[in-house]
Design a protein around this ligand. Structure first.
Ligand code: 4AD
Ligand code: MG
Length: 463
């Protein structure tokens, strides 16, 4: 096991003359005039360690096994590097080959493989420059998320993955069952007898930890959840996954304005943290994936988010009269083309849209006095569109009962959620950030399938 101080990122910090052992996977090997040049990487840092080995130093049989994709340890001394971008390189004295990789079949040979091809070899793609950088950034952003909330006294709550309640009331859930699908137990009216199933009722993979999160906010005040969530919507787009990670803070004593400001501080904090700690990876994205990445992050970190209502948004869109693919009028949901127009062309910065029509938002959002809109917010970013969805929650028992019934949802299923409004209810609010959308934003990666280790999408659950 690599100990702190033994990673390649640590080796880069050591002075010339230090004796070290470097371990990792070979990116490339090149032989020139009796010298082998090996690019070695252990994933700890973007830059490969250059290893130089003179022909007579290591036996030829060993060197033959050192090919792209093989795993090796090299022992030697650090010397000054004539190569650009690194102060030191390793002059190897001995090489141990842990695992070879047959050049005839190793799939990750060439640079510049397409993203689609790399998806087919998701078990090997973390070894590529791009995916090493993506997953270091994903890690750093996740750490920043915990750091942000914990510095503010939020308690991390682990909400369940398996649940019987539909948190969004939208029905896009994966069922969880142990029933024999070829021989289902039946009720008298030929329905399925779910009382015979594992949980004694119908169960699902959660679409959101929010409802359970609310129970904890009404006890521990400020909480957040951070874990995988699941959506069974058949959306084959570059922005949707069937399994994605969501961060959901929930705050008691909180209204929509506080919620909105927390979301803004939160996004800025994550950006500042990755800029501080992972500039090497960000520079790669800026040079190779999207040359606006650094500029955009800088811009967001330094601008106040715009705030407009849904009604104002519709007015702007109607006036723009762009020949929208999805026509706009008050009451329709905003589509990606509308969100991008608002953020990229009108305001040229992040925009928080609030107070949506009640019909297009979830049952739990707090009703405004106009009786038509709810205290919802979506945070929209240039390039990405919606990155955060949130709201102030309906804390009034009678209003919530009426809302659940009017939306045709089963009141019994929400009995415990309703009890929170009977016992010690308080104005509260929260939001959900899709981690993958954030990583897309930070990296400039164009497809959400390329910012999660093993993407699950309609028709695809390989690995
Ligand atoms: O807007 P959503 O559906 O909100 C909720 O689930 C609330 N319960 C959150 C809350 O208030 N606690 O989802 C929140 C965010 C979206 O803005 C988006 O970033 C991401 O989750 N998201 C997805 N990301 C990838 N694939 C999908 N299918 C996603 N659906 C939502
Ligand atoms: Mg949403």
């Amino acid at each position: 096991m690599l100990q702190p101080g033994e990673y390649i990122k640590d080796i880069f910090q050591m002075p010339v003359g230090t004796s070290v052992t470097a371990r990792g996977w070979v990116k490339t090997k090149r032989d020139s005039k009796g010298i082998s040049f090996i690019q070695l990487n252990d994933g700890s840092v973007f830059t490969d360690l250059q290893v130089v080995i003179d022909a007579d130093v290591v036996p030829e049989e060993t060197m033959q096994l050192v090919t792209t994709g093989s795993c090796i340890s090299v022992e030697g001394d650090l010397v000054e590097s004539p190569a650009k971008g690194q102060a030191v390189e390793l002059k190897g004295k001995s090489v141990e080959v842990h695992g070879s990789a047959d050049p005839a079949t190793y799939p990750l040979q060439k640079k510049g493989a397409s993203m689609e091809f790399l998806r087919e070899i998701a078990h090997l793609r973390p070894r590529s420059n791009t995916f090493g950088a993506v997953f270091r950034l994903r890690h750093a952003a996740s750490y920043a998320i915990h750091k942000f909330f914990q510095e503010r006294g939020f308690i991390w709550v682990h909400t369940p993955v398996i649940t019987a309640s539909d948190a969004e009331g939208a029905g896009a859930m994966f069922g969880v069952t142990t029933l024999d699908l070829m021989n289902l137990p039946r009720t008298e009216d030929r329905g399925i007898d779910w009382t015979k199933d594992f949980f004694g009722k119908q169960a699902y993979l959660t679409v959101s930890g929010q409802l359970e999160g609310e129970t904890f906010a009404e006890a521990l005040s400020n909480i957040y959840t951070f874990g995988p969530t699941f959506r069974a919507e058949n959306s084959n787009t570059p922005r949707h996954l069937a399994e994605f990670w969501m961060v959901e803070p929930e705050m008691a004593f909180c209204d929509l304005d506080d919620d909105r400001h927390l979301a803004e501080d939160f996004l800025k904090y994550i950006i500042a943290y990755v800029v501080d700690t992972r500039m090497d990876d960000l520079e790669f994205f800026n040079n190779r994936i999207d040359n606006t990445v650094l500029e955009t992050l800088e811009h967001v970190a330094n601008s106040d988010f715009e705030h407009i209502t849904y009604t104002e948004t519709i007015e702007i869109l109607e006036k723009a009269n762009r020949g929208w693919e999805f026509p706009v009028k008050w009451g329709v949901d905003l589509q990606s083309e509308h969100e991008r127009y608002i953020t990229e062309e009108v305001f040229k910065k992040p925009v928080v849209v609030t107070d949506y029509p009640k019909e297009i938002k979830a049952f739990y959002m707090r009703m405004n006095d106009d009786g038509k809109t709810v205290r919802a917010m979506d945070v929209l970013l240039p390039r990405i569109g919606e990155i955060i969805g949130g709201s102030q929650r309906e804390e009034r028992h009678d209003v919530l009962v009426e809302k659940i019934e009017s939306m045709g949802l089963p009141l019994e299923a929400y009995w415990w959620y309703l009890e929170l409004r009977k016992y010690g209810s308080v104005p509260h609010a929260g939001f959900g950030l899709g981690l993958e959308r954030m990583i897309m934003y930070l990296t400039g990666m164009k497809n959400i399938r390329d910012v999660i280790p093993f993407p699950r999408t309609p028709g695809n659950a390989e690995f």
